[in-house]
Design a protein around this ligand. Structure first.
Ligand code: MN
Ligand code: MN
Length: 269
């Protein structure tokens, strides 16, 4: 019997970051944490990497910091789906979620997206860049790639992004009175995007835009654990190794990769 396969696709680009560069270094840092002997291959529900599913590490895409990178990302994700794997992209900055989702949508149709982030990333354009890492979800909704977008961890909603959320029908679970059971149990096909700055900087310091008052790691895992829909793709983005402390944000990113993979397998992805 062939094991379910999750394709890890490294996207080492931070050209669309608005403030600090550094997420281009993230895929290598996540990979090092993932395969380090100090880690563990068992996930929280008991599924084990290598026994119950494989993490097919496809290495890093050769990106050139040009707009054509988006087409290369979409093609690589499409190739992984064609091979029967579920794509899990390792950022890189959040801009890449748009070309990744484009490929997943082409295979599965309109998606439900569960998005963890301190920021809604709904700017029509940011500093005149429509490909900014502050804009991917505006582009995704604009293009009709998602039938439902649920955002968790948001704590920086300004007037422009509030108007954009209303325009696109985005559902935001407020951080102010957050509990995991306020996040709906979603229908599939489900895409999950985790911007590490959604998590509190005390647990995830290695990001470009730390925003206090965030989710605990345990809360993120509780939200994931409640989901029952088929997971058709995911990403972990915005790790900035330049600001990490003792690699703990990279270790967290690696854990989230394992847990996302286990959820995909558990839910029949
Ligand atoms: Mn963010
Ligand atoms: Mn983001």
């Amino acid at each position: 019997m062939t094991l379910p396969s999750i394709a890890l696709i490294g996207l080492p680009s931070d050209v669309n970051s608005s403030f600090e560069r550094g997420p281009a270094l993230a895929p290598a840092a996540i990979r090092a944490a993932l395969w380090s002997d100090r880690g563990n291959m068992a996930c929280e529900d008991g599924l084990e990497v290598g026994l119950d599913f494989t993490l097919d590490d496809r290495g890093d895409l050769a990106l050139r910091e040009v707009p054509e990178d988006d087409a290369a990302i979409t093609a690589a994700v499409a190739a992984s789906i064609a091979d029967g794997a579920t794509p899990l992209a390792l950022g890189g900055d959040h801009a890449m979620t748009h070309p990744v989702v484009r490929a997943v949508h082409a295979a599965h149709g309109p998606l439900t997206i569960l998005h963890f982030d301190a920021h809604p990333d709904l700017y029509d354009r940011f500093e005149d860049n429509p490909r900014s890492h502050a804009s991917p979800f505006a582009q995704i909704m604009e293009a009709g790639l998602a039938s439902r977008l649920v955002q968790v961890g948001i704590r920086t909603l300004n007037a422009h992004c509030r108007a954009q959320a209303a325009r696109f029908g985005v559902e935001i679970v407020p951080m102010a009175d957050f509990t995991p059971d306020r996040v709906p149990v979603l229908e599939g096909p489900l895409y999950i995007s985790i911007d590490l700055d959604g998590i509190d900087p005390s647990e995830a310091p290695g990001v470009s835009h730390p925003e206090p008052g965030g989710l605990t790691v345990r809360e993120v895992l509780a939200v994931l654990r409640r989901q029952r829909a088929r997971v058709v793709g995911a990403d972990v983005v915005e790790l900035n190794p330049r600001f990490d402390q003792n690699e703990r944000t990279a270790i967290l990113a690696a854990k989230l990769v394992r847990e996302l993979a286990a959820l995909t397998v558990r839910n029949g992805g």
